[in-house]
Design a protein around this ligand. Structure first.
Ligand code: NAD
Ligand code: UGA
Length: 456
């Protein structure tokens, strides 16, 4: 019976996942530890350091009962029966594999701390997304344990999406647990299954070998991102031919073999994981001599890059081939709605390109303005940060809608238009707004993958 669960890494995955485990397993003591003391203080206060709908309520259920947050990682390790490792695994930016391989320095550091401070038998669970066969490397590090310490490494990748994390955790499509095909490996799988079985139907808990679990995570993200790149490639053809990408997506998505999800054409996918995980897959394929497979997946990222560039090119073309001195209001900076996360947000590239065109950029976002300030620090002299979308659009030649915040649907666009330069342009990078209505009130509208609505 597991009594003490620890998660190392109190980020977008560690915090929400452990809060949900604590909620459903009142007899288990759940600790979340992180080297970032400021983050830990925010979690302890009951106001999480990340914005995620519904998260604060779930955290408050456990705080003061069976959920606690601590910056003393080593002491927490010593008390744990199960340790989830949910530290960041960004793309490596130096040395071999730079720009593609996963940077495993945080992960390995954590493994060494576990080796040093754990006592007795400990189940170590890979929660972070890792290259296939990382568990094997972990095993090798742990084999040097001595002192009667024993470790069992499981892979339990996380599939939550930001903005819907709590719903995803409460009702997952599946929970995936990979472990060794040895009696002790199977016993460890059983212990972890028992935790999830508190609220997840047993038939949604899949168990596999470790390598399948590790690879399934990379493959799932690659498939999802591939769908986005596929529909974005179609959006480019739509813009040339007069087809409408919403109609095409509906037509192909009603085929049950294809399905309707993840067919929203847009400005390109962002977020901390899609690009990183595909590049990691590409690196693995090259490593194993599978050059053709590597090039296949690499194309998903190439298409994504092209989509972001295409958006700005269309703006330049529509606005008489010059943006110099023109004010552009960028609506949204987060990589998607309902999160303050801006990691790999398409907005970063769009804003940089607009600045390079000597446009005067004004960014607005309901949750991500502080991060935007940080991400655009090096071009900050050329960018204004404005929480109020009405003020952001005042005096602007164009609006570039980059994030699909629903609040942008209910703005008063007549009022916005009245303060803008004429002709007024609106580039909808998410197909969030009604282009006909906006055109009717006087905007020249350019939705992604759909015909322009313009009088020019
Ligand atoms: P994050 O950057 O939000 O959080 C990681 C945390 O780990 C940070 O707070 C950092 O301070 C901490 N950390 C780093 N090294 C540490 C150490 N040695 N000891 C203690 N703490 C340490 O990252 P995230 O978004 O939560 O992602 C974590 C992992 O989960 C990644 O591998 C990611 O690919 C994967 N993942 C993320 C998501 C998502 O939606 N963000 C979804 C599924 C999987
Ligand atoms: C994604 C996956 O959906 C999760 O299952 C996975 O756990 C997670 O990555 C991870 O490993 O980090 P996330 O990046 O949080 O989750 O958000 P998504 O909803 O997948 O959106 C990713 C990007 O694709 C966003 O920029 C979004 O705007 C874009 N997108 C998504 C589209 O442009 N069109 C779509 O139809 C769907």
């Amino acid at each position: 019976m597991i009594a003490n669960v620890l998660c190392i890494g109190a980020g977008y995955v560690g915090g929400p996942t452990m809060a949900v485990i604590a909620k459903h397993c009142p007899d288990v003591r759940v600790t979340v530890a992180d080297i970032n003391a400021e983050r830990i203080r925010a979690w302890q206060s009951g106001t999480p350091p990340i914005y995620e709908p519904g998260l604060a309520d779930v955290v408050r259920v456990g705080l003061g009962k069976n959920l606690r947050f601590t910056a003393d990682v080593d002491a927490a390790i010593a008390d744990a029966d199960v340790i989830f490792v949910s530290v960041n695994t960004p793309t490596k930016m130096f040395g071999q594999g730079a720009g593609r391989a996963a940077d495993l320095q945080y992960w390995e550091k954590t493994a060494r701390s576990i080796l040093q401070h754990a006592r007795g038998t400990t189940i170590v669970v890979e929660k972070s997304t890792l290259p296939v066969r990382t568990a094997e490397a972990m095993d090798r590090i742990f084999k040097n344990g001595g002192d009667g310490k024993r470790f069992e490494v499981l892979s339990n990748p996380e599939f939550l999406a930001e903005g819907t994390a709590i719903a995803d955790l409460e009702s997952p499509d599946r929970v995936l647990i990979g472990g060794a095909e040895t009696p002790s490996g199977q016993a460890a799988i059983g212990e972890l299954v028992a935790i999830y079985a508190h609220w997840v139907p047993r038939d949604r808990i899949l168990t596999t070998n470790v390598w399948s679990a590790e690879l399934s995570k990379l493959a799932a993200n690659a498939f999802l991102a591939q769908r986005v790149s596929s529909i974005n490639s179609v959006s480019a053809i739509c813009e040339r031919t007069g087809a409408d990408v919403l109609e095409v997506a509906r037509a192909i998505g009603t085929d049950r073999r294809i399905g309707a999800q993840f067919l929203r054409a847009g400005i390109g996918f962002g977020g901390s994981c899609f690009q990183k995980d595909i590049l990691n897959l590409v690196y693995l394929c090259d490593h194993y001599g599978l050059a053709e497979v590597a090039r296949y997946w690499e194309a998903v990222v190439t298409m994504n890059q092209y989509q972001k560039e295409r958006f700005v090119q269309r703006m330049i073309r529509a606005m008489f081939n010059t943006l110099t001195g023109k004010r552009i209001a960028v609506f949204g900076f987060a990589f998607k709605a309902d999160t303050g996360d801006t990691r790999e947000s398409p907005a970063i590239q769009v804003c940089r390109e607009l600045v390079a065109e000597h446009a005067e950029v004004c960014v607005t976002d309901p949750r991500a303005l502080e991060s935007a300030r940080h991400d655009l620090g090096d071009v900050a002299g050329h960018v204004i940060f404005e929480p109020d979308p009405y003020a952001a659009a005042r005096g602007a030649h164009a609006i570039a809608l980059v994030t699909d915040w629903t609040e942008y649907q209910s703005l008063d666009y007549v009022r916005i238009l009245s303060g803008m330069q004429r002709p007024a342009f609106l580039f909808d990078g998410r197909n969030l707004l009604d282009p006909d209505q906006l055109h009717q009130i006087g905007f020249n509208v350019y939705p992604i993958g759909r015909p322009d609505r313009t009088n020019l």
